[in-house]
Ligand binder design. Sequence first.
Ligand code: PLP
Length: 429
Amino acid sequence: MASNQALFERAQRVIPGGVNSPVRAFRAVGGTPRFIARAEGPYMWDAEGRQYIDYIGSWGPMILGHGHPAVLEAVHKAIADGFSFGAPTEREIELAEAIIALVPSIEQVRLVSSGTEAGMSALRLARGATGRNKIIKFEGCYHGHADALLVKAGSGLATFGHPTSAGVPADVVKHTLVLEYNNLAQLDEAFASQGGEIACVMIEPIAGNMNFVRASVPFVTRLRELCTQHGALLIFDEVMTGFRVALGGAQSVYAKLIPGFKPDMSVFGKVIGGGMPLAAFGGSRDVMSQLAPLGPVYQAGTLSGNPVATACGLATLKEVARPGFHEALASKTRSLVRGLEGAARDAGVALVGDSEGGMFGFFFADALPQNYGVVMATDKERFNRFFHGMLDRGVYLAPALYEAGFVSAAHSADDIAATIRAAGDALRG
Ligand SMILES: *Cc1c(COP(=O)(O)O)cnc(C)c1O
């Protein structure tokens, strides 16, 4: 049996950094990444045979836990019929119909293979549909790694951003305005000065890429008003929150608080693929009809709507849509967060958490942060020690303080209780 360390060394010889997505390398927390051999229900086992309670769930897709029998059966059946045809299938219609039935703002949807691809395509469509170039994003929100979105705030208020990655020309991000999350004044100022040129605003409504930060209700309300007033499209990036925080996604959570609220476009991924490469973007028929082959905005994909991925996604959505699914998931997730807070209180450590549906976050801080700057100023050293303390005790949390956590339907009350006990030990240790 190869050790995690031996595998990591071998991986680094042939794969940059030994991983195919940077966060997996444990750079933020230090130490050796666990090479996962297999997973079942809420558990994963690494190459050394060690068992973990999994609170990443492949970063969100595994909302039913690993290897759910109905999903396995659907995938096995689909595989036997062929992996990929490059031609339309009935299952793509079924998945599109399922998404549209669950998310009232969506009239048409196009399937793609990753959240990055969906976000990038939604952006192009918004620009094509409005005939405008400028876009607004918020610091700390991640929308995949399309060039125009790898950008951080410039020095002045409401100035255009700087690339956050080498290889992204400044010219490519010169149309991207980066604002502070939950900052109403900046939002007002940006629209006042350039509202007529803004194609779209893209936002993670409950941001999971800066741990767990909710857009405030006044912020979302104002965002909706300004977009409507200035003819910009409001794009909800629900790659993480879609079908995860509630059956209708974060937009359904805000629609309960803001009467009649709807985004213009939405981006999905993660849960809709159930662990297979599948994502989607959608909106009104009017906007979506600007896409090729109907309209002038080009977008395509060899594996888009893949028959095995759509089978996996459909089977997953079917389970998720059962009555009471999200209520049970939400109450379990809340009990985890309350338990972590209690364990911290007992250990005399400042910790606050929040959750919605099956997504959660916690901070070593006295109050919940409202933007990226405050998240990044929370106690990193304490987080990293806690992360490793939990990993040593068989609990697999996200390996960075700016990532959200995920609970699945397969996590039992015993798993949650064991996690809270481990947290108490880890915080005192
Ligand atoms: C994960 C994620 C993406 C990117 O999806 P990939 O499938 O990794 O390309 C985009 N937006 C949000 C909000 C995400 O959480």
